[in-house]
Design a protein around this ligand. Structure first.
Ligand SMILES: NC(=O)c1ccc[n+]([C@@H]2O[C@H](COP(=O)([O-])OP(=O)(O)OC[C@H]3O[C@@H](n4cnc5c(N)ncnc54)[C@H](OP(=O)(O)O)[C@@H]3O)[C@@H](O)[C@H]2O)c1
Length: 349
């Protein structure tokens, strides 16, 4: 039996930190040994440092671990980060500088020129930015990021169609309340309501989509030359971000070409059978009223994207619906799959 790789979590007590703890339970390659959080939590047992917000009990293996300060010292080399964005920049950099591999879910470093913004099924070659990042910054360690939780639904819905030359995208989100962390949006604001604003989200979706679907060019990513417009809304759904998307192509694919592209989309995580890779990363649903967050987001351990209702758009050409689980495929599960891809590339040796 192989020895598992010891790992830690920065921001382990928060909402996304808890998703990491749960997602990593029983992982075949990674063994959770270290938990970091703020000085409010440091020194306490994990069970006393946080209130568990997820379904099921706190995994036994972590309840008695003592939470540590987020300072380099005795943490394992591989760290997942679910740090509060107000402190993630400096803390993640300090760990990378000290030789740690920081696989981050925070927004802070995503758009930096030498930092991979990775979706393993879409742009695994963007990991080639890492040697330049280490040279530029004089780091032995590194920072790798995963996208914002709405961006992941959009990019997975678009990736199989990239071959047709994407020129314009308009995406409207219906985002779950869990995306705002805990306690998130006040119940009085969201019950029976729609909030047509999610701070900073539209800009993130527009820029991150272009970077993820862009091309590696030696020391940077050439963004996809498509115009992307996002409208972001918070709705009274617990988990799962649903998007309606209109897209224009430079070529003239038929609707059968697009269906064929969805049905045949496979990628490196599936070829290598990475532990958290769903057998099919993008699942096209033929029912007229799917995908739906309550019925579909949790399927495939929350790691697949679901697409449906592909049809003609009188304005841009085609339109469809996309859905992904925001705290799993859009957060903890995404980062774990990133680390699995890195391990399969020999980057954790
Ligand atoms: N919620 C989502 O669905 C979602 C999705 C994608 C991305 N994200 C991103 O993921 C990150 C975490 O989100 P969240 O919802 O889990 O936030 P959260 O519940 O507020 O948790 C924040 C974590 O950061 C720690 N922290 C705060 N200040 C610190 C400091 N000075 N030093 C060390 N640790 C500190 C907290 O520790 P204490 O408990 O000790 O305060 C806690 O563990 C954010 O960057 C967010 O934008 C969230």
């Amino acid at each position: 039996m192989h020895t598992r790789i010891e790992i830690g979590i920065l921001g382990a007590t928060g909402m996304v930190g808890q998703h990491f703890v749960r997602f990593l339970e029983g992982h075949p390659w990674f063994e959770l040994k270290w938990l970091g959080a703020s000085d409010r939590s440091a020194g306490k047992k994990y069970r006393d440092a946080m209130t568990w917000h997820l379904a099921g009990a706190t995994p036994d293996a972590v309840t008695d671990l003592t939470v540590e300060d987020c300072k380099p010292g005795n943490a394992p080399r591989l760290l997942f980060s679910a740090m509060d964005a107000s402190v993630a920049t400096e803390i993640e950099q300090a760990f990378a500088c000290a030789g740690h591999i920081v696989v981050s879910n925070s927004k802070n470093h995503r758009m930096e020129r030498d930092v991979p913004l990775l979706v393993p099924e879409i742009n695994p070659d963007h990991l080639k930015l890492v040697p330049g990042q280490q040279r530029n910054r004089g780091w032995k360690g590194q920072i790798i990021t995963n996208p914002n939780c709405s961006t992941v639904s959009l990019t997975m819905g678009l990736a199989p169609l990239k071959q047709f030359g994407i020129t314009k995208v308009i995406a409207t989100t219906m985002q779950a309340v869990s995306g705002a962390g805990y306690p998130g949006v006040a119940s009085m604001d969201i019950m029976g309501n729609v909030v047509p604003f999610v701070g900073g989200e539209e800009e993130k979706m527009q820029q991150e989509t272009q970077k993820i679907l862009g091309e590696f060019r030696g020391d940077h990513i050439e963004p996809l030359a498509a115009r992307v417009s996002a409208h972001c809304n918070r709705v009274a759904v617990v988990d799962g971000h649903t998007l309606t998307v209109s897209v224009e192509f430079s070529s003239k694919p038929s609707i059968a070409d697009l269906h064929h592209a969805y049905d045949n989309f496979q990628a490196i995580p599936q070829e290598r059978t990475l532990p958290s890779a769903p057998p099919r990363p993008v699942i096209y649903m033929h029912e007229s009223n799917r995908p739906q967050p309550r019925k579909d987001a949790e399927r495939e351990r929350g790691m697949a994207a679901f697409v449906g209702r592909l049809r003609i758009c009188p304005v841009l050409g085609y339109k469809f619906v996309a859905l992904a689980h925001n705290t799993i495929r859009g957060a903890a599960g995404a980062a774990v799959l990133n680390a699995e891809l890195m391990h399969s590339e020999g980057m954790l040796d």
